[in-house]
Design a protein around this ligand. Structure first.
Ligand SMILES: Cc1cc2nc3c(=O)[nH]c(=O)nc-3n(C[C@H](O)[C@H](O)[C@H](O)COP(=O)(O)OP(=O)(O)OC[C@H]3O[C@@H](n4cnc5c(N)ncnc54)[C@H](O)[C@@H]3O)c2cc1C
Length: 466
Protein backbone atom coordinates (compact mmCIF):
# COMPACT_ATOMS: atom_id res chain seq x y z
CA UNK A 1 0.00 0.00 0.00
CA UNK A 2 1.32 3.45 -0.83
CA UNK A 3 1.96 5.89 1.94
CA UNK A 4 0.87 9.40 1.14
CA UNK A 5 2.43 12.41 2.75
CA UNK A 6 2.46 16.09 2.17
CA UNK A 7 4.91 18.90 2.69
CA UNK A 8 3.72 19.16 6.28
CA UNK A 9 5.42 15.94 7.31
CA UNK A 10 8.72 16.69 5.62
CA UNK A 11 11.65 17.56 7.80
CA UNK A 12 12.91 21.14 7.70
CA UNK A 13 16.16 19.82 6.27
CA UNK A 14 14.46 18.57 3.14
CA UNK A 15 12.58 21.79 2.73
CA UNK A 16 15.83 23.69 3.07
CA UNK A 17 17.51 21.43 0.58
CA UNK A 18 14.86 22.24 -1.97
CA UNK A 19 15.25 25.96 -1.36
CA UNK A 20 18.97 25.66 -1.84
CA UNK A 21 18.37 24.27 -5.32
CA UNK A 22 17.84 27.77 -6.61
CA UNK A 23 20.93 29.25 -5.00
CA UNK A 24 24.29 29.32 -6.60
CA UNK A 25 26.77 30.87 -4.21
CA UNK A 26 29.86 28.99 -3.14
CA UNK A 27 30.70 29.48 0.51
CA UNK A 28 33.40 28.21 2.78
CA UNK A 29 32.46 24.90 4.39
CA UNK A 30 32.08 24.48 8.08
CA UNK A 31 29.40 27.02 8.82
CA UNK A 32 25.71 26.34 9.22
CA UNK A 33 24.80 27.86 5.86
CA UNK A 34 26.93 25.31 3.99
CA UNK A 35 23.92 23.77 2.16
CA UNK A 36 23.91 26.89 -0.03
CA UNK A 37 27.03 25.65 -1.74
CA UNK A 38 27.01 23.80 -4.98
CA UNK A 39 30.67 22.87 -5.04
CA UNK A 40 32.71 21.24 -2.32
CA UNK A 41 36.31 20.20 -1.89
CA UNK A 42 37.29 17.84 0.93
CA UNK A 43 40.74 16.76 1.96
CA UNK A 44 40.80 13.51 3.95
CA UNK A 45 43.04 12.85 6.91
CA UNK A 46 45.25 14.94 9.20
CA UNK A 47 47.87 15.89 6.62
CA UNK A 48 48.41 19.25 4.94
CA UNK A 49 45.23 20.78 3.50
CA UNK A 50 45.29 22.44 0.09
CA UNK A 51 43.79 25.94 -0.20
CA UNK A 52 40.03 25.85 -0.75
CA UNK A 53 39.70 22.34 0.70
CA UNK A 54 37.90 21.39 3.90
CA UNK A 55 39.64 18.89 6.12
CA UNK A 56 37.77 15.69 7.00
CA UNK A 57 39.04 13.69 9.97
CA UNK A 58 37.83 10.26 11.18
CA UNK A 59 35.91 12.07 13.91
CA UNK A 60 34.05 14.25 11.38
CA UNK A 61 30.60 12.71 11.72
CA UNK A 62 27.73 13.87 9.53
CA UNK A 63 25.24 16.19 11.24
CA UNK A 64 22.50 18.25 9.68
CA UNK A 65 24.10 21.43 10.96
CA UNK A 66 27.56 20.60 9.62
CA UNK A 67 26.13 19.29 6.35
CA UNK A 68 28.97 16.87 5.61
CA UNK A 69 30.92 14.10 7.28
CA UNK A 70 31.16 10.34 7.77
CA UNK A 71 27.73 8.78 7.89
CA UNK A 72 25.95 5.67 9.17
CA UNK A 73 28.37 5.07 12.07
CA UNK A 74 31.32 4.52 9.75
CA UNK A 75 34.48 3.34 11.50
CA UNK A 76 37.29 5.18 9.77
CA UNK A 77 40.99 5.60 10.43
CA UNK A 78 43.33 8.16 8.90
CA UNK A 79 46.95 7.88 7.79
CA UNK A 80 49.25 10.88 7.45
CA UNK A 81 52.19 10.25 5.09
CA UNK A 82 53.58 13.74 5.67
CA UNK A 83 53.86 14.39 1.96
CA UNK A 84 54.47 17.97 0.78
CA UNK A 85 51.68 17.81 -1.81
CA UNK A 86 48.56 18.41 0.26
CA UNK A 87 46.33 16.42 -2.14
CA UNK A 88 48.31 13.25 -1.46
CA UNK A 89 49.47 13.96 2.09
CA UNK A 90 47.00 11.75 3.94
CA UNK A 91 43.98 9.53 3.43
CA UNK A 92 41.09 7.86 5.24
CA UNK A 93 40.56 4.12 5.15
CA UNK A 94 38.68 1.31 6.89
CA UNK A 95 38.45 -2.46 6.81
CA UNK A 96 34.67 -2.08 6.65
CA UNK A 97 32.45 -0.15 4.27
CA UNK A 98 32.40 3.53 5.16
CA UNK A 99 30.10 6.33 4.07
CA UNK A 100 30.67 10.01 3.46
CA UNK A 101 27.70 12.33 2.96
CA UNK A 102 27.22 15.93 1.90
CA UNK A 103 23.90 17.79 2.08
CA UNK A 104 23.05 18.97 -1.43
CA UNK A 105 20.02 20.17 -3.35
CA UNK A 106 18.44 17.89 -5.91
CA UNK A 107 20.42 17.65 -9.16
CA UNK A 108 23.33 16.03 -10.95
CA UNK A 109 26.79 16.20 -9.40
CA UNK A 110 30.21 15.54 -10.80
CA UNK A 111 32.22 13.79 -8.11
CA UNK A 112 35.99 13.51 -8.37
CA UNK A 113 37.83 11.26 -5.96
CA UNK A 114 41.58 11.00 -5.44
CA UNK A 115 42.62 7.51 -4.36
CA UNK A 116 45.97 6.05 -3.36
CA UNK A 117 48.75 5.85 -0.79
CA UNK A 118 52.28 7.21 -1.22
CA UNK A 119 53.63 4.25 0.76
CA UNK A 120 51.40 1.35 -0.25
CA UNK A 121 48.94 -0.13 -2.68
CA UNK A 122 45.24 0.56 -2.62
CA UNK A 123 42.06 -1.00 -4.00
CA UNK A 124 38.85 1.01 -3.80
CA UNK A 125 35.29 0.47 -4.98
CA UNK A 126 32.98 3.48 -4.83
CA UNK A 127 29.20 3.37 -4.77
CA UNK A 128 26.82 6.30 -4.43
CA UNK A 129 23.40 6.85 -2.92
CA UNK A 130 21.60 3.48 -2.66
CA UNK A 131 24.58 1.39 -3.78
CA UNK A 132 24.88 2.66 -7.35
CA UNK A 133 28.20 1.36 -8.63
CA UNK A 134 30.46 4.24 -9.68
CA UNK A 135 34.03 2.95 -9.59
CA UNK A 136 34.88 -0.72 -9.52
CA UNK A 137 38.09 -2.02 -7.93
CA UNK A 138 40.37 0.92 -8.68
CA UNK A 139 43.89 -0.26 -7.99
CA UNK A 140 46.82 2.03 -7.31
CA UNK A 141 50.41 0.86 -7.01
CA UNK A 142 52.82 1.86 -4.28
CA UNK A 143 53.17 5.66 -4.41
CA UNK A 144 50.67 6.09 -7.25
CA UNK A 145 47.36 7.95 -7.19
CA UNK A 146 44.21 7.80 -9.30
CA UNK A 147 41.87 10.73 -9.82
CA UNK A 148 38.49 9.50 -11.12
CA UNK A 149 35.27 11.39 -11.88
CA UNK A 150 31.68 10.17 -12.13
CA UNK A 151 28.19 11.62 -12.06
CA UNK A 152 25.70 11.15 -9.24
CA UNK A 153 22.03 11.98 -9.59
CA UNK A 154 20.50 13.19 -6.34
CA UNK A 155 16.76 13.47 -5.89
CA UNK A 156 14.32 14.38 -3.15
CA UNK A 157 10.56 13.82 -2.98
CA UNK A 158 9.91 17.56 -3.24
CA UNK A 159 7.92 18.71 -6.24
CA UNK A 160 7.28 22.43 -6.30
CA UNK A 161 4.95 24.15 -5.84
CA UNK A 162 4.11 22.55 -2.52
CA UNK A 163 3.77 18.98 -3.77
CA UNK A 164 5.75 15.89 -3.01
CA UNK A 165 6.19 12.48 -4.59
CA UNK A 166 4.15 9.84 -2.80
CA UNK A 167 6.63 7.48 -1.20
CA UNK A 168 5.92 4.06 0.26
CA UNK A 169 6.95 2.71 3.63
CA UNK A 170 10.12 1.19 2.18
CA UNK A 171 11.18 4.68 1.18
CA UNK A 172 9.83 6.96 3.87
CA UNK A 173 9.29 6.68 7.63
CA UNK A 174 6.19 8.68 8.50
CA UNK A 175 6.94 8.50 12.23
CA UNK A 176 10.39 10.06 12.03
CA UNK A 177 9.65 12.07 8.90
CA UNK A 178 12.87 10.83 7.34
CA UNK A 179 13.81 8.95 4.20
CA UNK A 180 14.43 5.25 4.76
CA UNK A 181 16.63 4.90 1.69
CA UNK A 182 19.52 7.07 0.53
CA UNK A 183 17.66 7.53 -2.75
CA UNK A 184 15.25 10.00 -1.20
CA UNK A 185 17.24 11.81 1.50
CA UNK A 186 18.71 15.27 1.15
CA UNK A 187 22.32 14.13 0.88
CA UNK A 188 24.77 12.85 -1.65
CA UNK A 189 26.28 9.77 -0.04
CA UNK A 190 29.41 7.98 -1.20
CA UNK A 191 30.20 4.46 -0.04
CA UNK A 192 33.85 3.36 -0.03
CA UNK A 193 34.96 -0.25 0.26
CA UNK A 194 37.09 -3.08 -1.16
CA UNK A 195 40.43 -4.59 -0.11
CA UNK A 196 42.16 -1.34 0.90
CA UNK A 197 40.23 1.82 0.14
CA UNK A 198 42.46 4.90 0.44
CA UNK A 199 40.53 8.14 -0.02
CA UNK A 200 42.70 11.28 -0.20
CA UNK A 201 40.23 13.84 -1.51
CA UNK A 202 36.67 14.26 -2.75
CA UNK A 203 35.43 17.11 -4.91
CA UNK A 204 31.76 17.61 -5.65
CA UNK A 205 30.34 20.03 -8.18
CA UNK A 206 26.75 20.54 -9.30
CA UNK A 207 26.34 20.18 -13.08
CA UNK A 208 23.19 21.76 -14.47
CA UNK A 209 23.67 20.70 -18.09
CA UNK A 210 24.44 17.03 -17.52
CA UNK A 211 23.01 14.42 -19.87
CA UNK A 212 20.55 12.52 -17.69
CA UNK A 213 19.59 8.95 -18.52
CA UNK A 214 16.32 8.06 -16.79
CA UNK A 215 15.65 4.43 -15.95
CA UNK A 216 12.24 3.02 -15.17
CA UNK A 217 11.45 -0.55 -14.26
CA UNK A 218 10.81 -2.89 -11.37
CA UNK A 219 12.81 -4.74 -8.73
CA UNK A 220 15.23 -5.97 -11.37
CA UNK A 221 16.23 -2.39 -12.19
CA UNK A 222 15.72 -0.33 -9.04
CA UNK A 223 18.58 0.68 -6.74
CA UNK A 224 18.37 -2.17 -4.23
CA UNK A 225 19.50 -0.61 -0.96
CA UNK A 226 20.69 -3.77 0.79
CA UNK A 227 23.08 -6.66 0.16
CA UNK A 228 22.93 -9.23 -1.34
CA UNK A 229 20.48 -7.72 -3.82
CA UNK A 230 21.69 -5.98 -6.94
CA UNK A 231 20.25 -4.95 -10.29
CA UNK A 232 21.55 -3.94 -13.68
CA UNK A 233 20.05 -0.50 -13.08
CA UNK A 234 22.38 0.19 -10.19
CA UNK A 235 25.40 -1.16 -12.07
CA UNK A 236 24.81 0.91 -15.20
CA UNK A 237 26.47 4.08 -13.87
CA UNK A 238 29.79 2.16 -13.75
CA UNK A 239 29.92 2.34 -17.58
CA UNK A 240 29.26 6.05 -18.01
CA UNK A 241 31.54 9.03 -17.57
CA UNK A 242 30.69 12.72 -17.01
CA UNK A 243 28.59 14.41 -18.29
CA UNK A 244 26.22 11.41 -18.29
CA UNK A 245 24.24 10.87 -15.10
CA UNK A 246 22.01 7.83 -14.53
CA UNK A 247 18.77 8.69 -12.75
CA UNK A 248 17.29 5.38 -11.67
CA UNK A 249 13.56 5.83 -11.05
CA UNK A 250 12.75 2.12 -11.16
CA UNK A 251 10.76 0.84 -8.20
CA UNK A 252 10.22 -2.59 -6.67
CA UNK A 253 6.76 -4.07 -6.68
CA UNK A 254 5.41 -2.06 -9.58
CA UNK A 255 3.21 -4.14 -11.87
CA UNK A 256 1.66 -3.64 -15.25
CA UNK A 257 -1.22 -5.98 -15.95
CA UNK A 258 -1.23 -7.67 -19.36
CA UNK A 259 -2.53 -10.86 -20.93
CA UNK A 260 0.73 -11.79 -22.59
CA UNK A 261 4.35 -11.00 -21.94
CA UNK A 262 6.73 -11.38 -24.83
CA UNK A 263 10.42 -11.13 -24.11
CA UNK A 264 12.58 -10.88 -27.18
CA UNK A 265 16.17 -10.20 -27.99
CA UNK A 266 17.93 -8.77 -30.99
CA UNK A 267 20.85 -9.90 -33.07
CA UNK A 268 24.29 -8.35 -33.04
CA UNK A 269 26.70 -9.84 -35.55
CA UNK A 270 30.15 -10.43 -34.10
CA UNK A 271 32.19 -8.29 -36.49
CA UNK A 272 34.68 -6.73 -34.08
CA UNK A 273 37.45 -8.92 -35.39
CA UNK A 274 37.06 -7.37 -38.86
CA UNK A 275 38.13 -3.92 -37.67
CA UNK A 276 40.92 -2.64 -39.91
CA UNK A 277 40.50 -5.63 -42.23
CA UNK A 278 39.11 -3.48 -45.02
CA UNK A 279 35.92 -5.56 -45.17
CA UNK A 280 32.90 -3.27 -45.24
CA UNK A 281 30.41 -3.68 -42.41
CA UNK A 282 27.36 -1.86 -41.13
CA UNK A 283 25.03 -3.85 -38.89
CA UNK A 284 26.68 -6.95 -40.33
CA UNK A 285 29.14 -7.75 -43.11
CA UNK A 286 27.93 -6.22 -46.37
CA UNK A 287 27.59 -8.70 -49.22
CA UNK A 288 26.66 -8.44 -52.90
CA UNK A 289 24.30 -10.59 -55.01
CA UNK A 290 26.84 -13.42 -54.89
CA UNK A 291 27.45 -13.09 -51.13
CA UNK A 292 30.89 -11.71 -51.80
CA UNK A 293 32.19 -8.93 -49.57
CA UNK A 294 33.84 -5.82 -50.99
CA UNK A 295 37.14 -7.77 -50.95
CA UNK A 296 37.21 -10.12 -53.95
CA UNK A 297 37.41 -13.76 -52.94
CA UNK A 298 36.06 -13.15 -49.43
CA UNK A 299 32.47 -14.34 -48.91
CA UNK A 300 30.06 -14.21 -45.97
CA UNK A 301 26.87 -16.06 -45.01
CA UNK A 302 24.54 -16.44 -42.06
CA UNK A 303 23.73 -14.32 -39.04
CA UNK A 304 26.92 -12.32 -39.42
CA UNK A 305 26.04 -10.69 -42.71
CA UNK A 306 23.59 -8.33 -44.35
CA UNK A 307 22.12 -9.87 -47.48
CA UNK A 308 19.43 -8.64 -49.82
CA UNK A 309 16.03 -8.68 -48.10
CA UNK A 310 13.26 -9.23 -50.65
CA UNK A 311 10.51 -7.76 -48.46
CA UNK A 312 12.42 -4.66 -47.42
CA UNK A 313 14.16 -4.18 -50.74
CA UNK A 314 17.45 -3.47 -48.99
CA UNK A 315 20.21 -5.35 -47.22
CA UNK A 316 19.26 -6.75 -43.81
CA UNK A 317 20.37 -9.33 -41.24
CA UNK A 318 17.77 -12.11 -41.29
CA UNK A 319 19.15 -14.29 -38.55
CA UNK A 320 17.37 -17.60 -38.87
CA UNK A 321 18.68 -21.07 -39.50
CA UNK A 322 17.16 -21.78 -42.99
CA UNK A 323 18.57 -18.48 -44.30
CA UNK A 324 21.99 -19.22 -42.86
CA UNK A 325 21.99 -22.64 -44.52
CA UNK A 326 20.78 -21.25 -47.85
CA UNK A 327 23.35 -18.44 -47.78
CA UNK A 328 26.08 -20.92 -46.88
CA UNK A 329 25.11 -22.95 -49.94
CA UNK A 330 25.19 -19.93 -52.26
CA UNK A 331 28.46 -18.62 -50.82
CA UNK A 332 29.96 -22.09 -51.26
CA UNK A 333 28.80 -22.36 -54.88
CA UNK A 334 30.30 -18.97 -55.70
CA UNK A 335 33.53 -19.75 -53.88
CA UNK A 336 33.74 -22.95 -55.95
CA UNK A 337 33.52 -20.89 -59.11
CA UNK A 338 29.87 -21.35 -60.05
CA UNK A 339 28.16 -18.01 -60.50
CA UNK A 340 25.09 -18.40 -58.30
CA UNK A 341 23.06 -15.27 -57.71
CA UNK A 342 21.51 -15.21 -54.24
CA UNK A 343 17.81 -14.36 -54.66
CA UNK A 344 17.55 -12.80 -51.20
CA UNK A 345 16.04 -13.61 -47.86
CA UNK A 346 13.27 -12.38 -45.63
CA UNK A 347 12.33 -12.76 -42.00
CA UNK A 348 10.27 -15.78 -40.93
CA UNK A 349 8.98 -16.84 -37.53
CA UNK A 350 6.80 -19.77 -36.63
CA UNK A 351 5.51 -20.65 -33.17
CA UNK A 352 3.56 -23.85 -32.57
CA UNK A 353 1.80 -22.55 -29.50
CA UNK A 354 1.35 -18.84 -29.02
CA UNK A 355 -1.06 -18.52 -26.06
CA UNK A 356 -2.81 -21.59 -27.36
CA UNK A 357 -2.66 -20.76 -31.07
CA UNK A 358 -0.19 -21.62 -33.82
CA UNK A 359 1.27 -18.42 -35.25
CA UNK A 360 3.65 -17.41 -37.98
CA UNK A 361 4.90 -14.22 -39.54
CA UNK A 362 7.09 -13.47 -42.52
CA UNK A 363 8.65 -10.48 -44.20
CA UNK A 364 7.60 -7.12 -42.85
CA UNK A 365 4.65 -6.86 -40.51
CA UNK A 366 4.00 -3.20 -41.28
CA UNK A 367 4.54 -1.16 -44.46
CA UNK A 368 6.76 1.30 -42.53
CA UNK A 369 9.42 -1.39 -42.35
CA UNK A 370 9.88 -1.13 -46.10
CA UNK A 371 12.05 1.90 -45.59
CA UNK A 372 13.66 1.67 -49.00
CA UNK A 373 10.74 2.10 -51.35
CA UNK A 374 10.78 3.34 -54.88
CA UNK A 375 8.46 6.14 -55.86
CA UNK A 376 4.87 5.27 -56.82
CA UNK A 377 4.70 2.42 -54.35
CA UNK A 378 1.25 1.25 -53.40
CA UNK A 379 0.82 -0.60 -50.11
CA UNK A 380 -2.22 -2.55 -48.98
CA UNK A 381 -2.90 -4.13 -45.59
CA UNK A 382 -5.52 -6.86 -45.68
CA UNK A 383 -6.75 -8.14 -42.32
CA UNK A 384 -9.31 -10.82 -41.57
CA UNK A 385 -10.39 -11.95 -38.15
CA UNK A 386 -12.61 -14.74 -36.86
CA UNK A 387 -13.13 -16.11 -33.38
CA UNK A 388 -9.95 -18.18 -33.50
CA UNK A 389 -7.97 -16.77 -36.39
CA UNK A 390 -6.23 -13.58 -37.39
CA UNK A 391 -4.71 -13.08 -40.82
CA UNK A 392 -2.86 -10.13 -42.21
CA UNK A 393 -1.25 -9.66 -45.60
CA UNK A 394 0.90 -6.69 -46.56
CA UNK A 395 1.10 -6.11 -50.28
CA UNK A 396 3.47 -3.78 -52.11
CA UNK A 397 2.36 -3.11 -55.68
CA UNK A 398 0.24 -6.25 -55.48
CA UNK A 399 3.04 -8.55 -54.22
CA UNK A 400 3.22 -10.00 -50.72
CA UNK A 401 5.97 -8.37 -48.62
CA UNK A 402 4.70 -9.54 -45.25
CA UNK A 403 2.14 -11.73 -43.54
CA UNK A 404 0.90 -12.72 -40.11
CA UNK A 405 -1.22 -15.80 -39.55
CA UNK A 406 -2.54 -16.74 -36.11
CA UNK A 407 -4.80 -19.69 -35.39
CA UNK A 408 -4.58 -21.17 -38.88
CA UNK A 409 -1.12 -21.61 -40.33
CA UNK A 410 -1.58 -24.67 -42.55
CA UNK A 411 -0.54 -24.12 -46.15
CA UNK A 412 1.40 -20.99 -45.27
CA UNK A 413 4.31 -22.38 -47.25
CA UNK A 414 2.62 -21.09 -50.38
CA UNK A 415 2.74 -17.58 -48.90
CA UNK A 416 6.52 -17.80 -48.49
CA UNK A 417 6.87 -18.91 -52.13
CA UNK A 418 4.68 -16.06 -53.33
CA UNK A 419 6.73 -13.59 -51.28
CA UNK A 420 10.04 -15.07 -52.38
CA UNK A 421 9.06 -14.96 -56.07
CA UNK A 422 7.28 -11.59 -55.78
CA UNK A 423 4.15 -12.70 -57.58
CA UNK A 424 1.36 -10.18 -58.11
CA UNK A 425 -1.49 -11.69 -56.06
CA UNK A 426 -3.91 -8.75 -56.28
CA UNK A 427 -6.67 -10.95 -57.78
CA UNK A 428 -6.17 -13.77 -55.30
CA UNK A 429 -6.18 -12.02 -51.93
CA UNK A 430 -9.59 -13.44 -51.03
CA UNK A 431 -8.37 -16.96 -51.76
CA UNK A 432 -5.16 -16.49 -49.77
CA UNK A 433 -6.89 -15.39 -46.56
CA UNK A 434 -9.89 -17.70 -46.93
CA UNK A 435 -10.65 -20.23 -44.23
CA UNK A 436 -10.54 -23.11 -46.71
CA UNK A 437 -7.47 -22.28 -48.74
CA UNK A 438 -7.05 -24.95 -51.39
CA UNK A 439 -3.89 -25.15 -53.51
CA UNK A 440 -5.99 -25.95 -56.54
CA UNK A 441 -7.61 -22.51 -56.29
CA UNK A 442 -4.17 -21.01 -56.87
CA UNK A 443 -3.36 -22.98 -60.02
CA UNK A 444 -4.50 -20.15 -62.32
CA UNK A 445 -2.17 -17.80 -60.47
CA UNK A 446 0.74 -20.23 -60.86
CA UNK A 447 -0.02 -20.71 -64.56
CA UNK A 448 -0.10 -16.97 -65.13
CA UNK A 449 3.36 -16.73 -63.53
CA UNK A 450 4.71 -20.01 -64.93
CA UNK A 451 8.19 -18.56 -65.50
CA UNK A 452 8.53 -17.98 -61.76
CA UNK A 453 7.57 -21.56 -60.84
CA UNK A 454 9.93 -23.85 -62.78
CA UNK A 455 10.27 -26.34 -59.90
CA UNK A 456 8.94 -29.86 -60.62
CA UNK A 457 6.33 -29.83 -57.85
CA UNK A 458 4.70 -26.68 -59.29
CA UNK A 459 4.96 -27.94 -62.86
CA UNK A 460 3.20 -31.13 -61.80
CA UNK A 461 0.41 -29.14 -60.19
CA UNK A 462 -0.04 -26.99 -63.28
CA UNK A 463 0.10 -29.99 -65.58
CA UNK A 464 -2.89 -31.64 -63.91
CA UNK A 465 -5.08 -29.85 -66.39
CA UNK A 466 -7.40 -28.69 -63.63
C1 LIG B 1 18.24 -18.71 -28.67
C2 LIG B 1 18.14 -18.85 -30.15
C3 LIG B 1 17.05 -19.45 -30.71
C4 LIG B 1 16.95 -19.58 -32.09
N1 LIG B 1 15.85 -20.18 -32.61
C5 LIG B 1 15.75 -20.35 -33.92
C6 LIG B 1 14.64 -21.01 -34.51
O1 LIG B 1 13.73 -21.43 -33.82
N2 LIG B 1 14.60 -21.14 -35.85
C7 LIG B 1 15.58 -20.67 -36.65
O2 LIG B 1 15.50 -20.83 -37.85
N3 LIG B 1 16.66 -20.03 -36.12
C8 LIG B 1 16.76 -19.86 -34.80
N4 LIG B 1 17.86 -19.22 -34.27
C9 LIG B 1 18.84 -18.64 -35.17
C10 LIG B 1 19.81 -19.69 -35.69
O3 LIG B 1 20.40 -20.36 -34.60
C11 LIG B 1 20.88 -18.95 -36.48
O4 LIG B 1 20.26 -18.27 -37.54
C12 LIG B 1 21.93 -19.87 -37.06
O5 LIG B 1 22.55 -20.60 -36.05
C13 LIG B 1 22.96 -19.01 -37.80
O6 LIG B 1 24.03 -19.80 -38.21
P1 LIG B 1 25.45 -19.13 -38.44
O7 LIG B 1 26.36 -20.23 -38.85
O8 LIG B 1 25.30 -17.97 -39.34
O9 LIG B 1 25.88 -18.52 -37.03
P2 LIG B 1 26.15 -19.27 -35.66
O10 LIG B 1 25.33 -20.52 -35.53
O11 LIG B 1 26.00 -18.22 -34.61
O12 LIG B 1 27.67 -19.73 -35.79
C14 LIG B 1 28.72 -18.77 -35.74
C15 LIG B 1 29.93 -19.48 -35.13
O13 LIG B 1 31.06 -18.64 -35.26
C16 LIG B 1 31.76 -18.59 -34.05
N5 LIG B 1 32.47 -17.30 -33.97
C17 LIG B 1 31.96 -16.08 -33.71
N6 LIG B 1 32.93 -15.14 -33.77
C18 LIG B 1 34.07 -15.80 -34.09
C19 LIG B 1 35.42 -15.38 -34.29
N7 LIG B 1 35.78 -14.11 -34.20
N8 LIG B 1 36.34 -16.32 -34.60
C20 LIG B 1 35.97 -17.63 -34.72
N9 LIG B 1 34.71 -18.08 -34.54
C21 LIG B 1 33.78 -17.18 -34.23
C22 LIG B 1 30.69 -18.74 -33.00
O14 LIG B 1 31.23 -19.23 -31.80
C23 LIG B 1 29.75 -19.76 -33.65
O15 LIG B 1 30.14 -21.08 -33.40
C24 LIG B 1 17.97 -19.09 -32.91
C25 LIG B 1 19.08 -18.48 -32.33
C26 LIG B 1 19.17 -18.35 -30.98
C27 LIG B 1 20.40 -17.70 -30.37
Amino acid sequence: MKHYFTLLVLTPTICFSCMAQNQSSTMAPGDSSQTNRISFKFSFGPGKVAPGYTQVLPATAYTNSLGYGFDSDSMVTAVDRGSEDPLFASFCTSDKLFFFSVAVPEGNYKVTVTLGDSQGQSMTTVKAEARRLMLERIHTDFGKFEKRSFMVNVRTPMMPPGNAIKLNTREWNAQTGEAVTRTWDNKLTLQFGDERPCVCAVEIEKVDDAVTVFLVGDSTVTDQPREPYGTWGQLLSRWFKPPVAIANHAESGETLKADVLIAATGVKPNIEFLKNSGIQTQWGILTDDHLQTNIPGVYAAGDVCETFDIARNTRFVNAIWPMAVEQGRFAGLNMAGRKAEYPGSFRMNSIGNFIGFPAMSMGVTHPDECSYVEEECHFQEIKTRSENTYKKLILKNGCIVGAIFVGQTQKCGIMTELLRKQVDVSDFVGVLVSKNLNFMDLVPLLRRNGDKFPEPEFKELMDTGL
